[in-house]
Design a binder for this molecule. Structure first.
Ligand code: MTE
Ligand code: MO
Length: 441
């Protein structure tokens, strides 16, 4: 297929502006034809060789002796940082309806605890608003309380931060700081009620075993929480298992909180202590600009006073296209199934639409009900591109209150949270009947 210069330039401009993975040229398609055939399914071919994919998903620092064994348990993730450890999942690896443990993103604020001993692990329940302080072993938790399993969406509030302009400091997450495994544990509510909740309780906070980057044992890397109303929901868990197995060490082994639909930062990992508070929890990263957004919309780059910031609660409506992979080459006039997931914090996703003409028209997708509250929902739709050339597929979810994903980046905020703009992938559509020589480079 011939690609003229203007087309190539347009793609380059789009790429730098919009940061989506573009199809590579026909030339590399021909060179790497074998890889394309190897990975081709449902009429869709992908262009990158395993070697190039490996280059894209690993950095040299990923191979340090300290991180190698940890990273080996999460193959395919894109490593953003290893001190602290942060890695996201490429969209096409999130295709499973239930996210496998090794495909869940990893977000650490401090250093992963060493020598975790699950047999001697304890969880303390105390704080101003507890009636009776309790210390429970992992065994106590497992044998004295009813077990529940829910599929719960975990998304970092900073997912999508890489698109903010002016840029926001912090991990430059693209689309992969989200996942939806099944979690097993006990209800936080059952444990709080066992200890007794005083009438003045308003919030819970967590304390964990990970270490502050400074190494100072008196500092928490992070200590956040949720209001009592969220803490007491049926689906709010103290979990020890993901998809029926022990939690991976990087995801909080042996015990963590999980609050589906709320900023991932509320789901404390390596959980050692829960405090029932008579005021909004004031632990590390509860104040200032951490996990907080302006109370009113601000112009990009505005310096916002801390008192004008508020805590992020439920996450906004969002979707992710997981198949085909952005950059795929597909045939003209051939039906292609596009699929992915959509979620809406505390709400349900009511409808899901897709556009293949830059938002001019939208098609209604098939959308499944969630497995339970706070689980993501799957969508799919068949598209048949009628022309050869460059296509983008945009996905837009609408929640149960009629709130939609914005087409462009939503309100700028100092730390780059809550980017729930429509997801977009790029496709190259070719005419299989025409074979031309590659363009000159
Ligand atoms: N103890 C502890 N809990 C934590 C964190 C952390 O650094 N330490 N990171 C939080 C953040 S910001 C997110 S987004 C989620 C990520 O969970 P995951 O690493 O299992 O994907 O864990 C949260 N819980
Ligand atoms: Mo996060």
């Amino acid at each position: 297929m011939k690609k003229d210069k203007t087309e190539i330039n347009r793609e380059k401009v789009l790429y730098s502006r919009d940061k989506i993975n573009l199809p590579t040229s026909r030339r590399s398609f021909i060179k790497k034809g074998l890889w394309a055939t190897l990975s081709g399914t449902i009429g869709s071919k992908f262009l990158l060789s395993p070697k190039i994919q490996a280059m894209m998903t690993s950095h040299t620092f990923a191979d340090t002796p300290e991180t190698k064994p940890l990273m080996a348990k999460h193959p395919g993730l894109t490593i953003l940082n290893n001190r602290p450890w942060n890695a996201e999942t490429p969209a096409h690896l999130l295709d499973d309806q239930i996210t496998p443990a090794d495909k869940l993103f990893v977000r650490c604020n401090g250093l992963v605890p060493k020598n975790v001993d699950a047999n001697n692990w304890t969880l303390t329940i105390d704080g101003e608003s507890v009636k009776n302080k309790k210390i429970l072993t992992l065994k106590d938790l497992k044998s004295n309380f009813e077990h529940y399993t829910y599929q719960l969406t975990l998304e970092c509030a900073g997912n999508g931060r890489n698109e903010f302009n002016p840029p926001a400091k912090g991990n430059q997450w693209t689309t992969g700081a989200v996942g939806c495994p099944k979690w097993t544990g006990v209800r936080l509510r059952d444990v709080l009620e066992y200890a007794g909740i005083k009438d003045d309780a308003v919030y819970i906070g967590y304390h964990s075993k990970d270490t502050h980057l400074s190494g100072d044992p008196n500092k928490d890397p992070i200590s956040r929480g949720v209001p009592m109303s969220k803490a007491l929901e049926d689906e709010s868990l103290i979990a020890w298992a993901m998809n029926g197995e022990d939690l991976p060490l990087l995801n909080g082994y042996p015990l963590r909180l999980v609050f589906g639909g709320w900023p991932g930062s509320t789901s404390g990992k390596w959980l050692e202590r829960i405090v029932i508070r008579n005021k909004v929890h004031d632990g590390t990263k509860m104040g200032g600009y951490s996990y907080r957004i302006p109370r009113y919309p601000v112009a990009p780059g505005t310096v916002v006073a801390k008192e004008n910031m508020r805590i992020i609660e439920s996450m906004p409506v969002k979707s992710l296209i997981t198949y085909p992979r952005s950059g795929s080459i597909i045939n003209k006039d051939e039906a292609l199934i596009v699929r992915g997931h959509a979620w809406a914090g505390d709400r349900e996703v009511a409808s899901m639409h897709l556009s293949i003409d830059f938002g001019a028209t939208w098609q209604d997708c098939a959308l499944k009900s969630p497995l339970n509250r706070f689980a993501w929902q799957h969508f799919n739709i068949e598209i048949t591109p009628k022309h050869k050339g460059y296509y983008e597929v945009w996905s837009r979810a609408t929640d149960s209150k009629g709130v939609m994903q914005p087409v462009v980046l939503p309100g700028w905020n100092p730390k780059g949270y809550l980017n729930n703009a429509c997801r977009r992938i790029a496709l190259r559509v070719v005419d299989p009947k025409i074979t031309t020589s590659p363009p000159p480079t």
